[in-house]
Design a protein around this ligand. Structure first.
Ligand code: B12
Length: 445
């Protein structure tokens, strides 16, 4: 292939160049700055966009390095050849196969919506090679932010919905989310070195295993030059002080998807406030019920993940004053401790009675898990200071049971079993829970 045939049309983002050439992001940036080689265009958002020609330049320079040239010598050699009207790429084998793929993409006009549909379809068939290829294509063709917000997030929501309706198995959902996490991690490992001195620590409060939001934030923030320490799921509070001492973050960023972990976050936030460490938080549950956030000391990021990035940057750069501590919701203190002690007994009793109600028919969900989920959520709502916070999760359990197409009055029967078990095992301090549940039950009459 001669130079004139290699397209100079800006088309590939930084990731594809890093992935396909193996060059490090810092090295590439240094070459661009020092030698103006390659010279990528910029998107409206300021992201670098490389052409096929740029990609070949990088490959050519890397080959010269492998042959033993220093980069400055390789650049001089490139320029000498051009000055002598020779084509440096004339005898250089192009990345045909890889580029053909992207050509197909471009010509086929693949939209993110179509990529998302095929991603899920192949994921549900456990076809790892194609899932991986689709994700790579998406990240090659579109900016990081776009793939996260228009492919991964809606795709995961769709997956959750299908699981909720009993249309796919937990195994399929786990498989697809594992591959998505792996891809995000791979991209994170190609991020450039930080250019800002401030450090952000990202993780999930105790009991929280939904790590993808934190991974996406990690990815987006790193590609904007932030120094991120990513700790993942289920962080115990007890060791947080040691970690903070060791890593000295300027901001801690915690994500919570469920009521239970928002209650855990409430405790973590109180601890961090004592240590004078700024906390920002957000997540699915806070987007569903923003009122919960008022109980948590820290900056609530009421936004989608992409929108949260500039707010986080602003927070770090301007060291916003801490939000005053909200009133301590202690009105259920006695009930919380009584209820917590009784959870194991209640759980066994409710499971036994509910399974006998099902009379041998097994739903596609495991009722034991949902019963544990309900009891923990009752405790979480009390910890956050309002039994009403249980509302959405309570309805969610009802819908989940309905989706199993078992008995039409299964949910009211379930509520009755829960009420009975609580009445038998707790004293009058449990009346706020019982009154609330009875009120829910009456809605069925
Ligand atoms: C993948 C997944 C899992 C995986 C997680 C794997 C992993 N490594 O993360 C696993 C299998 C571990 C899992 C487990 C469970 N899951 Co789940 N899970 C999901 C699923 C399908 C996708 C979650 C995801 O990653 N989405 C991608 C992220 C980026 O999207 P998102 O969270 O919606 O984020 C958007 C906003 O909420 C917001 N946002 C989110 N986080 C943050 C953070 C900040 C700082 C900001 C600003 C914004 C923000 O921005 C995003 C939009 O831009 C969701 C379905 C769904 N609708 O989300 C269910 C879902 C969250 N899970 C659910 C449930 C019930 C569970 C389990 C309890 C199931 C069970 N019975 O065991 C357990 C609980 C585990 C635990 N203790 O945490 C429910 C929660 C319902 C509820 N009322 O709480 C959901 C909604 C499924 C459903 N449709 O019912 N789950």
């Amino acid at each position: 292939m001669i130079k004139s045939e290699i397209s100079k049309k800006p088309r590939y983002n930084l990731n594809i160049i890093l992935q396909e050439t193996g060059i490090k992001a810092d090295t590439l940036r240094a070459w661009e700055k020092r030698y103006q080689l390659p010279q990528p265009s910029r998107t409206n958002g300021g992201h670098r966009l490389f052409s096929e020609y740029d990609l070949e330049i990088v490959r050519w320079l890397l080959c010269r390095q492998q042959e033993g040239m220093r980069i400055s010598q390789a650049v001089n050699f490139w320029r000498e050849l051009l000055d002598a009207n020779q084509d440096p790429l004339a005898s250089f084998a192009p990345l045909g196969v890889i580029l053909d793929q992207y050509q197909t993409l471009e010509n086929g006009g693949q939209t993110l919506e179509r990529l998302q549909a095929s991603w899920l379809a192949y994921g549900l068939e456990y076809n790892e090679a194609i899932v991986e290829q689709i994700l790579s294509q998406a990240f090659a063709q579109f900016p990081l932010e776009t793939v996260c917000t228009e492919l991964i997030i809606p795709g995961m929501a769709e997956l959750g919905e299908r699981w909720f309706k009993g249309l796919i198995t937990v195994h399929q959902e786990h498989y697809i989310s594992e591959l998505a996490s792996r891809k995000l991690q791979t991209l994170i490992s190609t991020a450039p070195q930080p250019i800002h001195s401030q450090r952000i620590l990202i993780g999930c409060p105790p009991g929280e295993f939904h790590t993808i939001p934190g991974l996406i934030l990690n990815l987006l923030l790193r590609f904007r030059g932030w120094d991120v320490i990513y700790l993942g799921a289920n962080l115990p509070i007890a060791q947080l002080a040691d970690t903070v001492a060791a890593t000295k973050p300027d901001l801690i960023l915690l994500t919570a998807s469920r009521l239970e972990s928002s209650a855990a976050l409430f405790t973590v936030a109180n601890f961090l406030q004592d240590q004078q460490i700024p906390l920002a938080f957000g997540g699915w549950i806070f987007n569903q019920m923003p009122e919960i956030a008022q109980h948590i000391t820290g900056k609530h990021l009421l936004s989608d993940l992409n929108g949260a990035v500039p707010i986080i940057e602003e927070l770090i750069l301007n060291q916003a004053p801490r939000i005053p501590t909200p009133a301590d919701p202690t009105k259920y203190r006695e009930l919380i401790s009584n209820f917590q002690n009784k959870i194991p007994v209640l759980k066994n009793l409710i499971i036994k009675r509910f399974l006998s109600e099902l009379d041998g028919i097994s739903p596609s969900i495991d009722p034991r898990e949902e019963i544990g989920f309900l009891l923990n959520n009752i405790l979480s709502a009390l910890t956050l200071g309002d039994i009403e916070y249980l509302g959405p999760d309570f309805l969610w359990i009802g819908e989940l049971l309905n989706n199993q197409n078992l008995q039409s009055d299964l949910f009211p029967k379930f509520i009755n079993i829960v009420i009975g078990a609580i009445q038998e095992n707790l004293d009058e301090s449990a009346s706020p829970i019982l009154e609330w549940m009875t009120h829910q039950l009456n809605k069925f009459h």
